[in-house]
Design a binder for this molecule. Sequence first.
Ligand SMILES: Cc1cc2nc3c(=O)[nH]c(=O)nc-3n(C[C@H](O)[C@H](O)[C@H](O)COP(=O)(O)OP(=O)(O)OC[C@H]3O[C@@H](n4cnc5c(N)ncnc54)[C@H](O)[C@@H]3O)c2cc1C
Length: 508
Amino acid sequence: MANPDIIVIGAGHNGLVAATYLARAGRKVLVLERREVPGGQLAGDARIGAFATRPIHAGGQLRADIVRDLGLANHGLASEASADAGAYLAPLPDGRMLRLAASTDAATLDSIRALSPRDAERWPEFVRFMNSAAAYLEAGQATPMPRLANADLLEQGRPLAALAWKLRRLGRTDMFRFMRVLTMSAVEFAEEWFESEPLRAAIGAVAIHGVSIGSMSAGGGYVLIHNWLNRGGLAHRGTRGGAQDMVNALVAALRARGGELRTSAPVAQVLVERQVVRGVRLESGEEILAGTVLSDADPRRTLLGLVGAPELPPEFVWQAQSIKMRGSVAKVHVLTDGQHGIPGGTVVIAPTTKYLERAYDAAKYGQVSEHPYLELTHSGDVVSIHYQFAPYSLRGGDWQAMRATLERRAIATVSERFAGFRDSIREVRSITPFDLEQTWALTEGDLNHGQLILDQLLFMRPIPGWSDHRTPVDGLYLCGSGVHGGGGVSGVSGRNAARRVLRVSARG
Ligand SMILES: Cc1cc2nc3c(=O)[nH]c(=O)nc-3n(C[C@H](O)[C@H](O)[C@H](O)COP(=O)(O)OP(=O)(O)OC[C@H]3O[C@@H](n4cnc5c(N)ncnc54)[C@H](O)[C@@H]3O)c2cc1C
């Protein structure tokens, strides 16, 4: 494409969502992706052999309004949840299974009642509150956050007032509950609702999923609501065709509106002149000029790597350096002969809330958890194991040496609960935080492009005062998971960033 109006760096799902909204508004959009394939973390990798076509994590759905706005159903995206969107299951010490659905179905209530009749009574109210809190968070993610010191009261005050009004309309009880929950730890929150330890731990696991915090760390309540919103409850769910369908539909929708995608086109530099963006230079040396550039790469990589400190105000550089990345998730894919004995749905290995905290303790000291918190999903013969905690920065070792230990511990932990698993194994491939950085360009292996912790959320994401997708470089915007609305699969940060670009250009 000659002379694009807008360049988007990165074809992760947020980059593609932003690009498609902008193309829909009539802009000439060029997306540049460093890998050979689009999709970012939704795309696998040839180096994981038999698992290459698998996404690196289970589930994930775009928000319904994004699917509608971009007409993704016309490009092959199934709207129904996938058939394997089953229950959330936690093996119990006596061999039974705690079965939880985000509803009040009889199987869930019976399963909880077997542990505690009181907890079964509280479950419907818990599900109601979580659904209402998640709906409110969704509204918050769609609301542009003010830049505080530079807030434009008319433009930014109105949506915020509408959000405050929605909070009030949750009713007195839920409003206070919601505000309290955000800062609570997983343990505090679960203890307030339930008395049975396996139930507390199963919920507590979702409150630390994907983030480097323990079950006793502040902010678990926020993460629980965030993950509940993205999953639609506790178990993973995806669309029928899986992550690849989502990527294919986004690419087709972009092209249908005249947008272009170039893969194997790594950007080496964002070109800046007097704090105004001019375009990009690829690693090949080719320069492409455009007056607007969006980046789906993580904020640290974009600002300090692609723009560079000399082009940014010193205080901003310091703040960008301080964004906490701290990835500590690994994935172990296991090809089996099909006789693994693991039920469908999302199986969590987190027997107690103290177990979760101890698993996290290891990460604090740069070690891989010996007794990890695991989440298992399987599709056909492949079992995928989400492993926490596996810190990016290892104390006294590197990931090449540690990979075998990680795989051994994952297999041992699963085998303790599922006797047939070990003998069913045919091939094992793991993705470490180091791989996430090397292959998927995630700084420090952080899958959320910045930790989902209290001082990095809402108007502080990615940097306090810069939560509206803009940067100190005029015309350069951030659209990936590291900015407001982001973290996980939803498309929200991409959509929000595109709206910001269109608002700024409408003002001229
Ligand atoms: C193991 C694991 C488990 C997860 N579990 C969940 C979960 O349970 N639920 C959930 O919702 N989410 C989960 N996630 C996170 C989710 O996948 C991500 O948050 C989401 O996919 C990020 O999308 P994105 O578009 O913001 O960024 P990315 O998918 O990271 O895309 C960024 C893109 O930018 C490209 N790029 C970077 N630098 C350049 C450059 N210089 N030039 C050109 N292109 C560049 C990258 O190659 C990449 O394609 C998980 C992720 C992992 C790895």
